[in-house]
Design a binder for this molecule. Sequence first.
Ligand SMILES: NC(=O)c1ccc[n+]([C@@H]2O[C@H](COP(=O)([O-])OP(=O)(O)OC[C@H]3O[C@@H](n4cnc5c(N)ncnc54)[C@H](OP(=O)(O)O)[C@@H]3O)[C@@H](O)[C@H]2O)c1
Length: 332
Amino acid sequence: MQKRKLGNSGLAVSTLGLGCMGMSFGYGPAADKQEMIALIRAAVEKGITFFDTAEVYGPFTNETLLGEALAPFRDEVVIATKFGFKDTGDGSGRWNGLDSRPEHIRAVAEASLKRLKVEAIDLFYQHRVDPNVPIEEVAGTVSDLIQEGKVKYFGLSEADAQTIRKAHAVQTVAALQSEYSLWWRAPETEIIPTLEELGIGFVPFSPLGRGFLTGKIDTNTHFDPTDFRNTLPRFSQEARQANQALIDLLGTIARNKDASPAQIALAWLSAQKPWIVPIPGTTKLHRLEENIDSVNIILTAEDLKEIEEAASKITIQGDRYPEHLQKMVGKS
Ligand SMILES: NC(=O)c1ccc[n+]([C@@H]2O[C@H](COP(=O)([O-])OP(=O)(O)OC[C@H]3O[C@@H](n4cnc5c(N)ncnc54)[C@H](OP(=O)(O)O)[C@@H]3O)[C@@H](O)[C@H]2O)c1
């Protein structure tokens, strides 16, 4: 698989990464560990060099999974992880608010290094902007960790343009990881122009709309009771029904290109900028292969115009997060 550069940072990764969250967290019970190790290793064999995790996924078990799965390929891959949530500390594995105080960032880095079995964290993102800690202080702490050789590159997630600028002035931001896909296009207004100006790469999370953009989820789909999507307004029955129009559009384009809706959703993202690297997540080998094949789909200027025109007539229904989580994410 070809590589892409994440902005001007010097960090190069495969055109498509692999989001590993759903293997341990978020979308129902964790998948079988040995099966996930095999899946991650299959991804490496198929050319993926960019793997995404966070301490909160599990919690902790997703980082441990990646550490074990990727140990034989350490020098070939880039592992990204994240800090910034506050552990309740009661052993329940629950998170309560944000914590990007320097001492906490340092403690998370040390723990993540152990779980990932690496000497340096390749890309260390702040998971959410902490309103109680100036971003300059956060960037300064990660800068110190880089000087000490414990971290290689710095990233942000769901930060607004002003925060990105302030952080980048202290320590080069290699990548922003925020939600971006055909059903969440707010980053186009201010974020993407800012990233372009500053030479920062963009890693869209939930590039398949948490599965919806694949066309495999409809009003009849029942999620496991522990599945996070049960809490998202965008996955309510009404929203799923209304947003089906976008799936119909993807289906039409997919038929013309002899591709699947998931592949069109990913190819569309990659076509937006040469420094965008989506990280779709899956727990299934055949879907991993399907997603990887999207890198061979070329959307022409005419295809992109057709998608743009049709998409502009569709109003997406439902907030992407429930209210308490919506407060923590970028609006633009
Ligand atoms: N920074 C943040 O705050 C943040 C937030 C959310 C996610 N992330 C990162 O972004 C990664 C990707 O996002 P995501 O997992 O939320 O959403 P996603 O990649 O948009 O979608 C994942 C869902 O789509 C399904 N799927 C994947 N490929 C498919 C295909 N070809 N056909 C049909 N279904 C398919 C998966 O189910 P199966 O497993 O059954 O295939 C899974 O339920 C995560 O793993 C995580 O690393 C970061």
